[in-house]
Design a protein around this ligand. Structure first.
Ligand code: SF4
Length: 356
């Protein structure tokens, strides 16, 4: 929900259609027909307008109120990088403070937006640039939606349609639960970005109680668990928050998610050369995967300066994938994108906003 602070414009992207109608009625001091909220949502989510005067079928006095009290965007673009493979990374600076990344990832069949849920990240995984400075603040519903909306607008300008949204940028989505779920409802809603729930993925490092809560939301979204290690011992070396939760507890939460939603959980596994990609790791990972309804997504590490981890060779990735397949695991190797730009999550932000 938007705070009604008189000094700041109210974020339109933070509202559902119903909430927008209530807000308009409050701000205008008289009843505004419900269809006005529908029209405004159409201008925003179908035509990607950024100026209220473009809303041609909205009466002039309402457009004036909108311009005086509301804002469509809350960020400015401070840096962009384009890869030869079409990947386009955008760094946004927020009016409420901080910077985050969002990414346009086109392929022949689909266009995916990768978006952030927090400024920085509290988890501080040892291999990740996003966690280096820790958490600055949570993003609001409007700020999370704005990233997907910007990428959807970019798609429209290129004659394409945004088809998928992944919550895999900066931050731990389930540590900012209410804003994350609010945003995914707008991204999914027919009056919003209208992205099918099955085409939305939330990636978490594993917060069992929030995973259960998400399972109970009655949404058909995909849950991706960032496992990254097949044993608690190794996982705790890579992910500081793994200290708080065992793989057994995560498996229980994943089973609950499948039972409630009928959706298989995706196990994300970032391959770090010599650390978690040895033959016995494949065997252990297959054991974890088979204890629940899941598939495995292998990700080749994109090097981050100072981290000390290495990207494995293509041959070793193929060998690891084959070892999983031989054990009956449904496994997919995620194609590396944007390797000629700062491909790893948080790299562009670090480079742009932190002194060297
Ligand atoms: S990998 Fe994800 S959870 Fe870990 S520090 Fe990076 S953004 Fe946070």
């Amino acid at each position: 929900m938007n705070a009604l602070d008189e000094s700041r414009p109210i974020s339109l992207l933070g509202f559902s259609e119903g909430e927008l109608h209530e807000s308009l009625t409050r701000e205008c001091g008289s009843s505004v027909p419900r269809f006005r909220a529908t029209q405004i949502c159409e201008w925003i989510y179908r035509h990607y307008v950024t100026r209220f005067e473009e809303m041609a079928n909205v009466p002039a006095d309402l457009r004036e109120t909108l311009a005086r009290r509301y804002a469509i965007v809350q960020s400015e673009i401070v840096a962009e990088q384009r890869s030869t493979d079409g990947t386009h990374k955008v760094l946004l600076r927020w009016r409420n403070g901080g910077t985050t990344e969002c990414v346009f990832l086109p392929s022949k069949e689909r266009v995916t937006a990768c978006i952030s849920t927090q400024v920085g990240c509290p988890v501080k995984c040892t291999f990740c640039a996003s966690g280096v400075g820790g958490l600055e603040r949570n993003l609001s519903v409007g700020e999370i939606v704005e990233q997907a909306w910007r990428i959807a607008g970019l798609c429209a300008s290129l004659g394409r349609r945004l088809s998928n949204v992944v919550f895999m940028g900066l931050g731990e989505p389930l540590a900012n639960y209410d804003a994350t779920v609010g945003a995914l409802r707008t991204i999914n809603a027919s009056w919003g970005l209208a992205i099918g729930a099955r085409r939305i993925t939330i990636s978490t490092v594993g917060l069992p109680s929030q995973m259960r809560r998400l399972a109970d939301e009655d949404l058909q979204i995909t849950l991706a668990l960032s496992l990254h290690a097949p044993t608690d011992e190794l996982r705790r070396e890579l992910i500081p928050w793994a200290d708080r939760v065992s793989i057994d507890e995560l498996i229980e939460a994943c089973r609950y998610y499948f039972d409630r939603t009928g959706r298989e959980v995706t196990l994300e596994y970032i391959l770090l050369d010599g650390v978690n990609n040895l033959p016995h790791h494949a065997e252990q990972l297959a054991g974890v995967s088979k204890r629940m309804r899941s598939n495995v997504n292998l990700i080749c590490y994109n090097e981050v300066a100072e981290s000390g981890f290495k990207r494995p060779t293509n041959e070793s990735v193929a060998g690891f994938a084959a070892a999983l397949s031989e054990r009956g695991v449904n496994c997919n190797v995620r194609r590396s994108r944007g390797r000629d730009i700062d491909a790893a999550c948080g790299q562009l932000r670090r480079k742009t906003t932190e002194p060297r």
